[in-house]
Write a new protein. Structure first.
Lengths: 414, 374
């Protein structure tokens, strides 16, 4: 008996010693032995790109439309001859509305599939989760959704709006309309909290007054208290950064409290055509939104995009800002690759500055320094047909400024 | 006769562990790419939680639907330490500068800067919480579904708390973007490999510990409490204490798993510790076979692997297939995957007895069969 116990202990000891010995093989910081970076496989007559979107879970309703839009752009480019003579082969992965899964799938796309670039992510949390993966592997992500700014990763291109292309113009618009008191309502996560930080700094410098600030947990549908507080505040306007399902409950409560777009308009920054459909037009009629693109945006490029999208996915499917930004991202990547004459990530990055594209939203230009793009800001009004029509725009594309360095009131925010 | 079967059982266990060690330390690193090995490291972390659940639920009958809490405590403790080390002394971690609007580090973060505090905290913090909760609950004889609901409520509460405190916990983003692991650069594939070896070694050590516990007098008592708590009480034991030990040990294992998950996967966030992941831990154990030693490990790895494989093959429909898999296992293999091994062994033994073979071949999972015999 003791003989066997001794043997067993010896075996365990051997295993642990082996573990420690192997562990000691690691290299300390500073003596990095890896050459760094997964190289895209471009040996065949196709080039792979990754599509990383939530196809299941809470975010699926929004992100599937982005995936569809990406596929449309890829199909169009392939029909026109591909990129550098190679057809694009998309590899789709499901982020499952779960941030660690996003990180896992990003790594899979880069290391297993050896994609030349990845397009996708929606929530800021998913972007924050994959950011280290792209930086570690020195691989490219194109992120197509408006976000809270204050970020500039060398391996991410941001084709959605940063704050000075969406939130700041929306505030400018409210100010120009004489709305000097506002109430802030948002979901409790990174984007609303950061956006509201910026709004408060803007308000302080522009003679506006923030009468209240309330957060509801993501997915919350209980808005009785918040709407009562909003009503009691008698604010001139509400700035809404709620996300997803919460908007349905908020606007229903808002309407039943007797508040209307005429008496107290709500400016929303996360409600696009797709969301209008699910919330119900009757609750949103006349309310305001801030984006860079609407399905109704005028121009030949947009007519072509809307027509192609409806032909592929159905006449009842609306196009929205994030979908457009995703569509644009693929074309911008193509232009960068062609200018660089290579799929090599560093060469593509170096070629990025100054690339322009006649996008559905109008002409966009890549700013190489920030890896964001210049975009026209647009305030829209929800119509009774569920579409959003523009009531104001910035006239020309706004240069991206993710850290709001050009705005004196924003010093100390980042 | 008894002596000889006993010693051959011991021999088989040693052989089993040796085989496991060879598989984890030699075969897997040689056969898998860096990416797949990283995934295996993640699965093994989940398997560590499963070992603990196997002990508490399989042997002790405590349906712990809230292991995410302990996983999260260990994970956050480790992540906080790594974040503070990355930031350097006197500096705030990057996310706090962005969202926190803080002038200095919150007091409850400060001790985690020291590895001498953070490392013991990884295991002790979950154990202390489990001890506190367990002593309250078990003394009051709360059991069955009530215990499960309570443990689940705790998981939900913790996730909600973390999301609400964005400035100091990272909110829904959680803690991510770790550069170093005790001086080792996590971007380097060699160091990722080292993390894998640490995880594999820890899992084997935990399995050994669990095996000793199961085979000890305490292990017998635990099963007795599971099967007939009243009778154990009449025999003069306090079942509350017996259950408490299993619960606390399981919590410690979950904490350790959470802590090792952080360098292996590179993120810890509320979505990993709420109700859904807590249930997923238990599903892995159920699929593997809860009452055996290796069943939970096999189940956890199989379920996590199936999730990856299915979602890569069928990105749009994998959730349905995963559901189908659970139904099939529960309906046709109520004893879990481990019962497959037992079935195979029984059939094998029958044929080998018929052929009167003397030498017994090494078994793939001796412990599993042993538990069924016990």
């Amino acid at each position: 008996m003791t003989r066997f116990r001794g043997r067993r202990l010896a075996a365990c000891a051997a295993i642990l010693v082996a573990a420690v010995a192997l562990a000691a093989c690691g290299s300390k910081t500073g003596q990095n032995t890896s050459s760094g970076g997964a190289v895209a496989d471009t040996s065949g007559d196709t080039v792979k790109v990754g599509l990383l979107n939530s196809l299941s879970g809470t975010m699926a309703i929004s992100e599937v439309t982005v995936r569809d839009s990406l596929l449309l752009a890829i199909e169009e480019i392939n029909a026109a001859g591909g990129v550098l003579g190679k057809k694009i082969a998309p590899v789709s992965e499901d982020g499952a509305s779960d941030w660690p899964t996003f990180a896992e799938k990003a790594e899979k796309l880069i290391q297993q599939d050896k994609v030349a670039a990845v397009f996708g992510c929606w929530t800021s949390a998913s972007r924050k989760a994959v950011k280290p993966v792209f930086e570690k592997n020195k691989s490219l992500l194109f992120y197509p959704v408006q976000y809270e700014g204050l970020e500039q990763s060398p391996y991410i291109f941001y084709t959605g709006a940063t704050t000075n292309q969406q939130i700041v113009p929306a505030l400018d618009y409210l100010k120009s309309q004489g709305k000097t008191t506002i109430y802030l309502v948002g979901s409790d996560y990174v984007f609303p909290r950061t956006a509201n930080k910026i709004i408060k700094a803007y308000a302080a410098a522009n003679g506006m007054k923030v009468l209240g600030e309330d957060y509801a947990p993501l997915g919350s549908t209980e808005f009785g208290t918040i709407v009562n507080k909003v009503k009691a505040s008698k604010a001139a306007a509400v700035f809404n950064t709620l996300n997803g399902d919460s908007n349905v409950a908020f606007f229903k409560e808002y309407k039943s409290a007797g508040l209307t777009a005429a008496s107290m308009p709500v400016v929303s920054v996360s409600i696009a055509e797709e969301e209008v459909k699910s919330i119900g037009t009757q609750y949103l009629d006349g309310q305001l939104t801030a984006w860079n693109y609407y399905q109704t945006t005028a121009g030949a490029a947009n007519d072509k995009f809307v027509k192609a999208y409806k032909a592929k996915y159905g006449a009842d499917k609306p196009t929205s800002d994030p979908m457009e930004a995703a569509y644009v991202a693929v074309y911008l990547w193509k232009a960068m690759v062609e200018k660089a004459g290579s799929f090599d990530v560093e060469k593509v990055k170096a070629a990025a500055d100054g690339i322009t594209f006649d996008a559905p939203e109008g002409k966009v230009t890549v700013d190489g320094a920030t890896q964001h793009i210049s975009k026209t800001a647009r305030i829209g009004k929800v119509g009774s047909d569920g579409l959003i029509t523009e009531v104001w725009n910035s006239g020309s594309p706004v240069k991206p400024d993710p850290y709001l360095k050009g705005y004196p009131w924003a010093t100390g925010l980042s | 006769m008894i002596r000889s079967t006993f010693s051959s059982a011991s021999l088989r266990v040693s052989a089993g562990f040796a085989a496991g060690a060879v598989l984890l330390f030699a075969v897997a690193p040689a056969a898998l790419s860096d990416f797949r090995l990283g995934l295996l490291a993640k699965y093994l972390c989940i398997a560590m939680v499963a070992v603990g659940i196997g002990l508490a639920w399989g042997r002790g009958g405590l349906l712990t639907l809230g292991q995410g809490v302990f996983f999260g405590l260990g994970g956050y403790a480790m992540a906080m330490h790594l974040k503070l080390t990355d930031a350097g002394p006197g500096q705030l971690p990057d996310f706090m500068q962005l969202y926190g609007q803080l002038d200095e580090l919150p007091a409850w973060w400060r001790p985690f800067a020291s590895p001498y505090f953070a490392l013991p905290a990884i295991v002790l913090l979950p154990m202390i919480v489990a001890f506190g909760l367990g002593s309250l609950v078990f003394r009051r004889r709360v059991r069955g579904a009530y215990f499960a609901i309570l443990s689940q409520a705790l998981a939900a509460a913790m996730a909600i708390f973390l999301i609400g405190q964005q400035g100091t916990t990272g909110g829904t983003n959680g803690l991510t973007d770790f550069e170093g692991f005790f001086g080792y650069d996590l971007d380097d594939p060699i160091n990722q490999r080292m993390v894998y070896f640490i995880i594999a070694g820890t899992l084997l050590a935990l399995l050994l510990l669990t095996r000793q516990l199961i085979r000890s007098r305490y292990g017998e008592l635990l099963v007795a409490v599971r099967d007939s708590e009243e009778r154990v009480r009449f025999l003069g034991y306090n079942p509350a204490n017996v259950k408490l030990v299993a619960y606390v040990v399981a919590a410690g294992m979950a904490g350790l798993a959470g802590a090792l998950f952080v360098p292996a996967v590179g993120i810890i966030n509320p979505a990993l510790i709420g109700i859904v992941p807590s249930i997923e831990f238990v599903i892995g154990v159920a699929v593997g076979g809860r009452a055996t030693l290796l069943g939970p490990v096999l189940g956890a790895v199989a379920v996590a692997w199936a999730k990856t494989a299915l979602s890569e093959q069928f990105p749009a429909a994998w959730t349905y297939l995963q559901g189908l898999l659970f139904i099939v296992v529960v309906a046709f293999l109520p004893g879990g995957l481990a019962s497959l091994i037992t079935l195979a062994r029984r059939r094998f033994r029958r044929t080998s007895e018929e052929s009167t073979a003397v030498g017994k071949p090494p078994s793939p999972a001796p412990a599993a069969a042993e538990e069924v015999a016990a």
